[in-house]
Design a protein around this ligand. Structure first.
Ligand SMILES: NC(=O)c1ccc[n+]([C@@H]2O[C@H](COP(=O)([O-])OP(=O)(O)OC[C@H]3O[C@@H](n4cnc5c(N)ncnc54)[C@H](OP(=O)(O)O)[C@@H]3O)[C@@H](O)[C@H]2O)c1
Length: 307
């Protein structure tokens, strides 16, 4: 059962990506996706949803907030959102963080954000200013834990050292681009920092923008705003990974994306992969990752195929 290190949050094996809400999934579909996701989450853990100020210019947060209000589910959920870059000159300046948090709280119809990320590093603002502003939100009870997204290993280390020196809340987790097709950057940098400093890791694009579902085959035309990014993984290495996924999926009568998500969830330091579906049907193919148990050989087959 994934525990976000250093926190009292015990979360679902799969963190639900909410960037589809108000984008490739309309509000009614988003509500149906959230219903299905929460229904499928064991009662011993909390459903964990990942959104951001910038997704649909707040529309993703608004849909999630409307759903939590309509279903009376706020207390059951772990809600993560992010202070985003947008057009801001200094996105992580204290005033920007305060204003962004208030907007997100309104959109989400809640009095607290469980995990509040810096969406991207901001080298124009001193780390101490950013971390002190986050700390004030924690002290005010508006944010429970703060976290970093898209930070380099070096800057994350500096941020952790800064919060220790200043005696303010430290980043409890890092969100980063990591999946079977994108391994090198995380495994050669952030992974060691997360292990050494006891941080949770939440990998995004866990399905390589849909490529790891296996639907990007030669000659297939996929109607998705992600199609260009996902089809860039097609080629010899992509073929090897999909073949290994198919072998393991066949042994478990599982889907390719469920196996891809399980491999990621099993990697050292990873708390829970973040993935989305634009429909209940797509989500239904991801959820079985929660009960899937891979053998060491199966995990190794996937690791070797994606090397
Ligand atoms: N921190 C950051 O900077 C950052 C950046 C990116 C994402 N994220 C977070 O990570 C989450 C996940 O990223 P993502 O959703 O963009 O990428 P992803 O999880 O790699 O891909 C999900 C997409 O794959 C397709 N898909 C999923 N299941 C499928 C199935 N069973 N059959 C066929 N297609 C399927 C769907 O797209 P189509 O139907 O459109 O093909 C779905 O939206 C986001 O929602 C967001 O919360 C964070």
């Amino acid at each position: 059962m994934p525990q976000l290190p250093g926190t009292d949050l015990t979360v679902s094996d799969l963190c639900l990506g909410a960037n589809v809400f108000g984008w490739t999934a309309d509000e009614a579909t988003s509500f149906a996706i959230l219903d299905r996701y929460v229904d499928a989450t064991p009662s011993t853990v909390q459903p964990f949803v990942d959104t951001a100020e910038s997704y649909g210019d707040g529309e993703s947060e608004r849909i999630l907030g409307a759903w939590m209000a309509a279903r009376g589910q706020r207390d059951r959920m772990v809600v993560a959102t992010k202070a985003s870059r947008g057009e801001k000159a200094h996105p992580l300046a204290a005033g920007e963080i305060r204003a962004a948090a208030e907007r997100s709280l309104r959109n989400l119809q809640t009095d607290r954000i469980d995990v509040y990320y810096a969406h991207h590093d901001d080298e124009t603002t001193p780390l101490e200013e950013t971390l002190t502003a986050f700390d004030e939100l924690v002290r005010a009870g508006k944010v429970r834990y703060v976290a970093a997204s898209n930070y380099s290993a070096k800057r994350l280390t500096e941020a952790l050292d800064t919060s220790e020196r200043a005696g303010v809340a430290r980043y409890a987790a890092v969100q980063t681009h990591y999946n079977l097709m994108e391994r090198a950057a995380f495994e050669s940098g952030l992974r060691d920092v997360a292990a050494d400093r006891g941080l949770g890791v939440l990998p995004y694009f866990a399905l390589a923008k849909g490529f790891l579902t296996g639907k990007y085959r030669p000659g297939e035309q996929i109607d998705s705003p992600r199609a260009k990014g996902a089809s860039a993984y097609a080629g010899e290495r992509g073929d090897r990974v999909l073949a290994a996924l198919a072998t393991v999926a066949g042994a478990h009568q599982a889907t390719l994306p469920a196996v891809a998500l399980r491999w990621l969830a099993d990697q050292s330091t990873v708390t829970a992969p973040i993935a989305s579906g634009r429909s209940v049907e797509q989500l239904a193919e991801l959820l079985p990752m929660q009960d899937l148990v891979l053998t060491d050989d199966q995990r190794q087959l996937l690791t070797d195929a994606s090397a």
